[in-house]
Design a protein around this ligand. Sequence first.
Ligand SMILES: Nc1ncnc2c1ncn2[C@@H]1O[C@H](COP(=O)(O)OP(=O)(O)OP(=O)(O)O)[C@@H](O)[C@H]1O
Ligand SMILES: [Mg+2]
Length: 329
Amino acid sequence: MLAVGPNGAGKTNLLESLHLGTQGFSPRTRSDAQLIRFGERASRVAVRGRRAGGAPIEIELVLGAADGRRARVNGAPLRAAEQLRAEVATLVFTPDRLAVVKGGPAVRRSYLDRALARLYPARAGLSTSYAAAVGQRNAALRRVALGFSTRDALEPWTESVAGLGAELVAARTDAVALLTPVFAERARELGLPDAALAYAAEPPTVGSLSTRLERDLERGTTGAGPHLDDVGIASGTRELRTYGSQGEQRLAVLSLLLAEAELIAERTGAPPLLLLDDVLSELDPQRRRVLAERVASRGQTLVTSTTAAALPTQPDQLLEVVPGEVRVA
Ligand SMILES: Nc1ncnc2c1ncn2[C@@H]1O[C@H](COP(=O)(O)OP(=O)(O)OP(=O)(O)O)[C@@H](O)[C@H]1O
Ligand SMILES: [Mg+2]
C-alpha cells in the first residue's frame, strides 16, 4: 500500500495511528497528549483486519480516558494496551530509526532487546528484570558507600545481576545469531555488501563483579555487564556508525527490519505488518526497486511518500492523504 500526500498532509499521522492501534503505543512519543488532536480530550483508533488463519480481528484503542489507555480486541478489554503486541506484530521504519546505526550504544542495546523480545516472547521480560536488578544493586552500593549498610547486603543483588546478566547476554547472542544471516542476505540484495552484526559480550559473574567491587563502590554504579554492551553493524570492515553514508545507514536499518519481519513470519506463521515512513528518500532508483519488490512479495506493507512516482512498482492500493482525510485512489 502506498500513501501519498504533500508535506504536512498527515501521512506520518496515519502510519503512527496504525502502529498505535496494533501495538498500543506510538513509535515516536510516550506522551498521550501528543497523540490527541489539538483542542480535543480523547482519541480513538479502530483497526479491522484478518489474522493469518483468516479469522477477523477488530481492535479499538482509546486514549485520554480517565483511566488511561483502553484497548479492546474483538470487544474484549485488555488489561494493558501493551498486550496488543501479543495479538498483532507490527514493525516500523521512520527516519528516527536511523539512530539504531548512527546513535550511541544505548539505542542499539534497546533495539536488540526489543527485537529479542519479539523473536523470543518467553524471554521478553529479561532486559527489564536485568535493568531492575542493576538499579537495586546500584542503590545498595550507594548505601554501603555511605555506611548505611554492609557489604554482605550487596550479595543478593550481585547474584541477581550476574544471573540475569548472563541470561540476557545469552538471549542477545541467540538473537544476533538468528538475525545475522538474514540481515546479510537482505543487505546484499539492497547493495550493501558483507553486512554483519557483531555482539561479543562477556556475561557478568559473581566473581567478575566482586573483583571490581571497590571501583563500583566508589562510583556508586555497576561498571560491567550487558547494560554497557554494544552491537557492531558493519559492511565488510567498515563500521557503519562512523563510516556509513546516509543511504548505507538507511539500508542497514531496513535490512534489519526485513530480516526481523522474515524471522517473525517464520516463527509465528504470520508476516508482521510493515510500516515504512519516508523510506524511499535517499535511495537510488535501483535500490528502491529492490526494496519495492521485496516488500511486494511478503505480507502487508504501508509505504508513505510525497510522490507516487517514488515507488518504482505498482502498489496494490494507493491512498491519497490530504489534511484530515485519507482517500482510496
Ligand atoms: N496532536 C495534533 N493535533 C493536530 N494536528 C497535529 C497534531 N500533531 C501534529 N499535528 C499536525 O499534523 C500535520 C500532519 O503531520 P504529518 O507528520 O502526518 O505529515 P506528513 O504527511 O507525514 O508530512 P511529511 O511529508 O512532511 O512527512 C502536521 O502539520 C502537524 O503539525
Ligand atoms: Mg511524515
